[in-house]
Write a protein that binds this ligand. Structure first.
Ligand SMILES: Cc1cc2nc3c(=O)[nH]c(=O)nc-3n(C[C@H](O)[C@H](O)[C@H](O)COP(=O)(O)OP(=O)(O)OC[C@H]3O[C@@H](n4cnc5c(N)ncnc54)[C@H](O)[C@@H]3O)c2cc1C
Length: 385
């Protein structure tokens, strides 16, 4: 069990129960779900039943009144299920599309979206990216125009995780064209509204059990009450705030998946023999694994320390960006080292390390690329204006 002052004996118990769930209910099915290109919706409901989807949310909305450390250790432990798809898709539900509803939403919005997201009865998605803009969120062109007590939304959203099955999307739109970030607003959009269509399910390099969609929005009438915060133009700040949770969950995913990959590879290196002895008895192999373990520990320490800062009431955007970027880079170096140690077997789809290698690549792109994390760090540290 990883130890750190942010974790209490209750956190350790939670970690053990998530591990049991992952070992008995997820890992045995992961190959089948990867081949099918989809995992069942029941995974969300089961996580909800077990109380895992609302660990850091208030009891008033069905949560556990726990802390961020609890919800992120859940995401980290999901990383041991044998692939990145489920941790990513579930983190969308817990840390990417609901934090802003919990923070800025009316009680009515919390009742309609947060409560069923916590129970797993509704699946959510976060819809920022568009075909023509990703990193530069202020340049989104999906447009919302007011018409009485509804807003009419037109545009396209791209790369939407859970997009083929979500019941609602937390969506960034432009309400004042030409105003860039000052005109961004967030709406909670029901996916059964007329005009919302899944135009494409996207075929991906990795994360193959997670569905990713392009969404078309044609004259979608969204009730005015679904404008988050009730005022237009607040969306960029709301989204920037919510992205901190998304990025911390990215760091937690990287640590969990990296750790799982390392444990499997150490076992393999001790068992596989070449030139009359286990691979691990070659100093170069043992040192490759020692380096990977060292880097992973550094990523873990940075992530846990950053969670601690958040729990002290800080808003440590620089450290969150560093943790997200560094954990993703460490994970990518680690899975590459591990694949090398598996040799030819590592290149086969039947060997789990090949999936972990493919899935890891997204961690340096999604939730803000390495380069965008460096932009945030450099600007906030005053390195560049
Ligand atoms: C599998 C998957 C799931 C995803 N899930 C979601 C989701 O659920 N919801 C959602 O909204 N989005 C989602 N995304 C989108 C993801 O967040 C974006 O792909 C990411 O933010 C990068 O945007 P982009 O792809 O448009 O790249 P671009 O913004 O076009 O960037 C291209 C390259 O240029 C670099 N670059 C851009 N600007 C700069 C700069 N100023 N300085 C230096 N380098 C720069 C980037 O780092 C990148 O390397 C997902 C993507 C994938 C692949």
């Amino acid at each position: 069990m990883p130890t750190h002052p942010i974790f209490t004996p209750e956190h350790d118990e939670l970690r053990a129960s998530v591990r049991r769930f992952v070992d008995t209910e997820l890992r045995p099915h992961i190959d089948e779900w990867e081949s099918a290109g989809f995992f069942p919706d029941s995974v969300f409901r089961r996580c909800g039943e077990l109380g895992f989807l609302g660990l850091h949310y208030p009891g008033a909305w069905g949560g556990s009144d726990g802390d961020l450390a609890a919800s992120l250790l859940f995401i980290e432990e999901l990383g041991r299920c044998g692939g990145g798809s489920i941790p990513m898709a579930v983190a969308v539900q817990t840390h990417m599309c609901t934090p802003a509803i919990a923070e800025f939403g009316t009680d009515e919005l919390k009742e309609r979206y947060l409560r069923p997201a916590i129970s797993g009865e509704k699946i959510g998605a976060i819809a920022l990216t568009e075909p023509d803009t990703g990193s530069d969120v202020a340049s989104i062109t999906t447009r919302a125009e007011q018409d009485g007590d509804t807003w009419i939304v037109n545009g396209r959203k791209m790369f939407i995780t859970n997009g083929t099955r979500a019941q609602f999307m937390t969506m960034a739109v432009q309400t004042e064209p030409g105003s860039k970030h000052r005109g961004v607003s967030i709406f909670i959009v029901d996916t059964d509204l007329p005009g919302v269509t899944v135009s494409r399910k996207l075929d991906k390099l990795g994360m193959r059990a997670s569905d990713t969609a392009e969404i078309a929005l044609d004259d979608v009438r969204v009730p005015a009450g679904n404008l988050l915060g009730g005022t237009v133009g607040e969306g960029f700040a709301q989204m920037a705030w919510q992205l901190q949770y998304e990025r911390l969950s990215g760091a937690a995913q990287s640590i969990g998946q990296g750790d799982d990959c390392l444990v499997q590879t150490i076992a393999y290196a001790r068992e596989r023999r070449a030139f009359g002895r286990p691979l691990a008895d070659n100093q170069v192999i043992a040192h490759m694994l020692a380096d990977a373990a060292t880097e992973l520990e550094a990523a873990r320490a940075l992530t846990y320390d950053t969670i601690w800062r958040v729990q002290q009431g800080e808003y440590p955007v620089v450290e969150i960006s560093m943790a997200k970027k560094y954990a993703a880079q460490v994970q990518n170096r680690l899975v590459d080292t591990c694949l090398q140690i598996y040799g030819g077997a590592g290149y086969l789809n039947e060997t789990p390390v090949s999936r972990l290698w493919r899935d890891a690549r997204l961690q340096r792109i999604g939730a803000g690329t390495d380069q965008i994390m460096n932009e945030v760090i450099a600007k906030r540290m005053g390195i560049r204006g």
